[in-house]
Ligand binder design. Sequence first.
Ligand code: MN
Length: 386
Amino acid sequence: MSSATSAPSPDDHFTFGLWTVGNPGRDPFGVETRAPLDPVDTVHRLADLGAYGVSLHDDDLVPFGSVAAERDRIVARFEGALKATGMKVPMTTVNLFTQPVFKEGAFTANDPQIRRFALKKAADAIDLGVELGASVFVLWGGREGCEVDAAKPIAAALDRLAEAVDLLCDYAIEQGYDLRIALEPKPNEPRGDILLPTVGHALAFISELEHPEMVGLNPEFAHETMSGLAFNHGVAQALWQGKLFHIDLNAQRAGKFDQDYRFGSEGVRDAFYLVKLLEDTGWDGMRHFDSHAYRTEDADGVWEFAAASMRTYLILREKARRFHADPDITAAMEEAQVAGLREPTTPEGGLRAIRAADYDLAALGAQGYGMERLDALVDELLLGVR
Ligand SMILES: [Mn+2]
């Protein structure tokens, strides 16, 4: 049996948000179709399936408004499940979007009192994450945006967003926490437009922060695809800039609502190139699924969804291995001059030599690259006939 069909193991670093398998099937037009899950049961089920760990929003584990004693009891019980299973919590995040208080924004709400409450909640969530062993804290600003442009000067909102991230970095430093912050871009939904809509916007924003070295990205497949962008290109640039701190895997069709489908269920080719990128570059972080089962599913369907998410990743990982081992693909890549791109452009003599040289434009313009053949070979690989 190939490794594609072997069972997932903790070494594969698969993680799931508590909110993913715990998604109760609610949508804007319909109520829940599934019962809530106990986070302790979720940890045990995912451990049985071969996952490495779970991630969570503060409110996924400790219901909003819980008093301190209740919080401590819940956390202790959850830590018991982690200990019993060996499951880890590599990433946590803060829910700054569900409660009515955040309807106009959190870190970028017009009302300073709301911004201060959001920071208090985020600092509490950082404490919780560190207590659970997390080294990445994700900030997804779902409510940081607007529908009424007249009511939200964007530059001022970005000032407040930077101020909030700076304060949280200062807090982590003061506490001596080994923690990095990962921003998660998204173009829209639930707000009409959201700040830091793409990987590119977020990378540029980070350069304006007081502690840019502590802040990176948690890009999500669905979110970049919603913008019509190539997710694997965004991830490649984040890696290139040393800013891939975490990643959210799922599936999405461009031009649709935020679908959060099971990884690989749409855009298999995009998913393949993403997996190939992560594996080729030796990504040693989490393969984190931020997705949910279809609303049609009962509890059995949810665990099928979780198992299939990991299995699809492993199949694509095996396809990436075969890509490199396939002599026809290797030959087609040579014809496509792929290796030439790794060669520095500048010859001895620099720009002066470049300007002095003659170029056979007719020959350069006439050469073929054989990329149709290369592309078709990749299709054959993905379709299982090579
Ligand atoms: Mn996400």
